[in-house]
Design a protein around this ligand. Sequence first.
Ligand code: UGA
Length: 521
Amino acid sequence: MTKPKIAILGTGYVGLVAAAVFAERGFDVLASSQDKEKVDSINRGKAPFYEKDLDAIVESTVRAGRLKAVLGRREAVLQSDIFFIAVGTPSLMSGEADLRLVKETAAAIGEALREKKTYCLVVARSTIVPGTTRNVILPLLEKHSGKKAGEDFGLCMSPEFLRQGAAVHDTRNPDSVVIGQLDARSGDFLESFCRQVYAGQDVPILRMNLESAEMVKYGRNTFLAMNISFINELARIAETIPGIDIYEVVKGIGADWRINPAFLNAGCGYGGSCFPKDVKALISFARLRSVQPQLLETVEEVNEQQAIHVVAIAKQELGGSLKGKRVALLGLAFKPGTDDMREAPSIKVANHLYAQEADIVAYDPKAIPNARNRFIRDTIKISYANSVEECLTGADCCILLTEWDEFKKLTPDIFNRCMKRSVIVDGRRIWDESFRKKVASYRGIGLGSNNAYASEHTVLFKLGDQLIQAGLITPEQLQKALEEQSRSGGLIGANLIKLGFLTEQALLDFLGRQYGISRTN
Ligand code: UGA
């Protein structure tokens, strides 16, 4: 088979990384964008966003003349044989994925298909709920082209599994390729292309129908998100038992051949442009089909609580109040290796700190420009430091939120030297025991502590419901406390007390009766 020419419509992480890797493997690739700045940047050999290793291959493939960015979609389609739809599907307010760009792209491909004389293939790469390729993309392609899918052109859905921060590596070395096909001819065409891209590599190619392929993507991401919420919940339980370390526990859990421990790192919760969005989209998709997605709802709820939990630990370590306390945040990006701030746990943590009147200073090696936009939009008062040292100087507490290598290398000395008192909350568990012993105070996610008071806020995240069941508050009072929480932050128990619905003593008595928890500080 001759080498097909490739068009990638969309130049975000999914589109541009695929474009660069296909070009690196010897294919002629046109990357189509609607944004002139992006097109110019790519054609100068520079990726329009930071992603490890991406600049190098964009630069070399543009220079070699195999990768070119074009403005608009028509030219890209007219000059190519396979067109990948790789545009974003962000969340709508309802949680559903916004298909606006997918629809626009499908319509534009359809228009250009009118002029094509030969059989070619459309591949949906964006994350879309089951049924979208057949029920949304296919009719638009047919309507705008006047041609018939499965006869005049082929149609596949092939989800992307790359991780940001490792996107180039993952695209070069996929664990598998999933091909959802409208018909065998479409699937054969895409499989043949994939076999050329991954020639000499052992990459299983799995073929199925369109809907199953769409579901694989949601299945993988929500399963991984579930793992993370599971381990974070286990970590919260573990934290109430002095001496326990969830990272040791995971080694034991993962020794079972049925359990893969790779995504069982307890921390400050999952963020990014995928897990939060995909969990929400599947919840909304299930509800529309009258399926109650109880597990997924809880996955999301536990993740939301994890940011509150991190702040609760800091608050506790600072004697019960964050007001006026200088809190240094190390790391803002949702994970290392990227400047992406989308749904980063740092946003939630900063919001909760801000609501409790902390004085926030933050440092991140890459994400500060993005963080500035995001935080300004969210009207949070936060200052940005140019270095770890500047960030820590004069701080009452340091919360580690992103496990950048730069932070892993820090020694206790810099914390002891710069901070008022080296109070550390390690939200990603990057520092070992010898580090922990040399700072004034260290609390890590999933590390058992003698301090049981935090448990009040963490284990009992359904505290409101339990208090109603115990007859201590009314549902209306809980509703008011929740409104207060969304207005000014704070924890449910504290808000119930603040609003005069419950006395502190009654809450402590309840916790003592129910969980054996008592205030220890
Ligand atoms: C995720 C999936 O891992 C990819 O396979 C998928 O292709 C991608 O979404 C997507 O749908 O496009 P990504 O969001 O880039 O990739 O990053 P992950 O490495 O999965 O991390 C997501 C979040 O989970 C991060 O905030 C990370 O800190 C957190 N995480 C991850 C944990 O808290 N614990 C873990 O054990 C792993």
